[in-house]
Design a protein around this ligand. Structure first.
Ligand code: ADP
Length: 426
């Protein structure tokens, strides 16, 4: 018997058996039967012509037919159906055909089923990949929206908090003045405590506002001439008290390029350097050393802030520049700004990075890891472009003559020293 005749002979049983096994429910079975008829006809065409291209349209339809539920539950339904179809065809051939016809039929149709399976698997994979990337895209959009809402919330909340805080600050200052005048010392002491709290709160609110400005690309820089040596001297002075209270040593080196006049937002740059140096104090045990140094590179000045502190694990290094990267470690939260390991809201480094990047620079950290016993320390690197012109040409013109005379703005006599400036509490 020819293969075409054999195919005709088993057709009805094949349809019946496969639809009974693979399609559940009357409604589903009708549609399924239609598809089986179409497939069977194409298999016959393929056997006759030897060209598998006949099957392409139906395989394409099947490969792209998985439902949302199939996709979500990770089911490969069509390849399962084709696999079962192959097994059932072998069973049917064995049951109703003689050995010769069965072998001839299987030799003709099994390569066609295998081909169909390969094609369908590929289509199913494509559909699944498209589904997953679509889901990822939706999740990403949702996350962006959430992040945006969070950033807006922070900004609104921070501004709302600022108003009552200003009121409290004003009244407290008046009460301190009155207590000083009337000589009520205990009250005056208490009020100074309140004032310190207010100051810290204001810093946190300002940080929240800065983060939302950076997040929304709204940080505006006020480009003016800046000398890194000048900023470092100011920092040296400001940190003296904290360094003394923690019995640490602060070494600030003058380096090639620190006296160069460059353009930047001096207030913002000072804020960035202050954040990094304050962290160095905070995460270094009493008696440790903080060293600030730098060098000039083509087009950049590199400033390094090294400490002999607890160091940072590689895993943590990857998140500390992200906003609220520190939030997970609530056990470390403290209100002291320079207290050992007194973690804050985790906004300092994201703001620092925002400021440095807004200037076209970069910041990163190197540390051999976190170890509170071996104290491997950390080194923060800040790369700052040696911009010799401001964004506004008028400002460049106005400040142009300062280039050769940077000393003019140096108010601290220590600035002129060649050797490192040491502030040791010891
Ligand atoms: P925080 O307000 O928590 O200090 P920051 O953004 O300034 O937030 O720092 C994020 C985290 O990075 C810190 O909580 C701390 O875990 C880590 N870190 C920053 N600087 C240092 C440092 N010099 N040594 C060790 N860890 C540091």
């Amino acid at each position: 018997m020819s293969i075409q005749d054999t195919l005709q002979q088993i057709r009805t049983q094949w349809m019946e058996r496969i639809s009974r096994e693979l399609a559940r429910g009357e409604g589903v079975r009708l549609g399924f039967l239609e598809q089986l008829e179409r497939f069977y006809n194409l298999v016959e065409q393929t056997v006759m012509t030897g060209d598998t291209a006949w099957l392409d349209p139906i395989l394409y339809d099947w490969g792209h037919s998985p439902t949302e539920t199939n996709l979500e539950e990770g089911e490969y339904y069509v390849s399962f159906v084709l696999n079962r179809m192959t097994t059932l065809t072998i069973e049917i051939a064995r049951e109703i055909l003689n050995e010769k016809d069965a072998l001839e039929l299987l030799a003709a149709v099994i390569p066609i089923f295998t081909h169909s399976l390969t094609v369908v698997v590929r289509y199913e994979m494509e559909t699944r990949v498209a589904h997953i990337s679509n889901e990822l895209h939706k999740t990403q959009e949702k996350l962006q929206e959430l992040d945006h809402n969070k950033s807006n919330f922070i900004s609104v909340a921070a501004h709302e908090l600022k108003t009552p805080l200003t009121l409290i600050e004003g009244y407290t200052t008046m009460m301190v003045d009155m207590a000083d005048e009337t000589g009520e010392l205990p009250i005056s002491g208490l009020l100074k405590g309140v004032n310190t709290g207010i100051l810290r709160l204001r810093q946190i609110i300002d940080d929240m506002i800065d983060v939302s400005l950076i997040d929304n690309n709204l940080l505006t820089l006020n480009f003016q001439p800046v000398w890194i040596s000048h900023l470092l001297n100011l920092l040296n002075n400001e940190l003296k008290k904290a360094i003394a209270s923690r019995k640490q040593t602060l070494v600030v080196h003058q380096f090639d390029g620190s006296d160069l006049m460059i353009y930047g937002d001096s207030e913002r740059l000072y804020q960035a350097l202050n954040n990094v140096a304050t962290n160095a104090i905070k995460y270094t045990p009493d008696g440790g050393t903080i060293t600030i140094n730098g060098r000039i590179l083509p087009g950049f000045i590199e400033i390094t802030v090294s400490d002999t502190g607890i160091g940072i694990s590689a895993e943590h290094q990857a998140i500390i520049f992200e906003k609220f990267g520190q939030l997970g470690r609530t056990n470390l939260h403290s209100s002291g700004k320079t207290k050992f390991k007194g973690g804050g809201p985790g906004l300092g480094l994201p703001i620092t990075r925002g400021i440095i990047e807004a200037h076209g620079g970069a910041i990163w950290v190197e540390s051999e890891g976190y170890d509170e016993v071996k104290l491997k320390g950390s080194t923060f690197h800040i790369l700052f472009p040696t911009r010799t012109e401001a964004t506004d040409p008028l400002i460049t013109k106005f400040f142009g003559h300062f280039k050769e005379t940077p000393q003019k703005i140096e108010t601290d006599p220590r600035d002129k020293k060649e050797s490192p400036t040491n502030h040791s509490a010891a």
